[in-house]
Design a protein around this ligand. Structure first.
Ligand code: PPS
Length: 285
């Protein structure tokens, strides 16, 4: 039984699939190219949804590839033992995911013209989603209750560190031309509008029938059923009781899980840690 994480620079990483040497090489040696596109998220923000949406925009709605190749091979995770070598050897244009906090991200980003999309989600929903994920995974410490995970999350003692620091760090890039900030809540409320925003950022155009295909194949209902997407083919060594990544796909699920005291405690920490951002920065607040 995995009892702890892989630690790098004070940040916890899942105990399987991440190594210090690769994390170091990613930060110091990985060279971003100007046609790279990076999807940046704190875990459980809707990474896979955004990655599928971008892929579908690139294929003009054709999902054929999606049904035969696992999602983590189509859009590799930069900081993983599997993703890093794949990306180094890949011809451009490359699409990659990363959960890294800004200070551990490749330094080459800051002098590159690569594009990045940072997807933000209400951290309360991330907390609940993360609890159900990490408590089932043999990837580190398993919280025995939501209350336990709640405490860990507020302190940042969870994989990839503190949500508050992650978001604060990456939002410092929000004025960069090649940096787009999106919200899970907007993707839910106005999926088409968000797809149009992504198209504009990428300089792509979809015909109405192509847009309909992107909407259809990136929908929760469709993604949930495809085993190359829903994580159900991940080995029993990591998820002994199985897992479907597509758990609920809703906003506000935290209201069904937090006690009144937890909701109040979360509000207080949020206000303290995220003070100073302009109004509207966090649409759910
Ligand atoms: S991971 O493991 O960090 O990469 O997970 P990530 O993909 O970032 O986030 C998983 C949550 O995203 C939800 N999801 C979706 N929501 C709406 N529509 C679509 N198509 C979709 N695909 C994934 C998924 O259900 C997880 O959220 P929860 O709240 O657990 O359902």
């Amino acid at each position: 039984m995995m009892s702890d994480y892989t630690w790098f620079e004070g940040i916890a990483f899942p105990a399987v699939g991440f190594g210090k040497e690769i994390l170091e090489d990613v930060r110091n040696k990985f060279v971003l190219k100007e046609d790279d596109l990076i999807i940046l998220t704190y875990p459980k923000s809707g990474t896979n949804w955004l990655a599928e949406t971008v892929r579908l925009i690139q294929t003009k709605g054709d999902p054929t590839w999606f049904q035969s190749v696992p999602i983590w091979q189509r859009t590799p995770w930069l900081e993983t033992d599997i993703g890093y070598p794949k990306l180094i050897n890949k011809e451009g244009p490359r699409l990659m995911n990363s959960h890294l906090p800004i200070h551990l991200f490749p330094k080459s980003l800051f002098s590159s013209k690569a594009k990045a999309i940072y997807l933000i989600r209400n951290p309360r929903d991330i907390l609940v989603s993360g609890y159900f994920f990490w408590s089932k995974a043999k990837l580190g410490k398993n919280p025995e209750s939501l209350g336990t995970y709640f405490e860990w999350f507020l302190k940042g003692n969870v994989p990839f560190g503190s949500w508050f620091e992650h978001v604060r760090g990456w939002l410092s890039m929000r004025e960069w031309d090649n940096f787009l900030v999106l919200y899970y809540e907007d993707m839910k409320k106005d999926t088409k509008g968000t797809i149009k925003k992504i198209c504009e950022f990428l300089g792509k155009k979809l015909e109405p029938d192509e847009m309909d295909l992107v909407l259809k194949h990136s929908s929760f209902q469709v993604m949930k059923e495809i085993n190359m997407i829903n994580f159900s083919i991940i080995g029993k060594d990591v998820f002994p009781n199985g897992l479907n990544l597509m758990r609920k796909g809703t906003t506000g699920d935290w209201k069904k899980h937090f006690t009144v005291a937890q909701a109040e405690a979360f509000d207080k920490v949020f206000q303290e840690k995220m003070a100073g951002f302009p109004p509207g920065m966090f649409p759910w607040e």
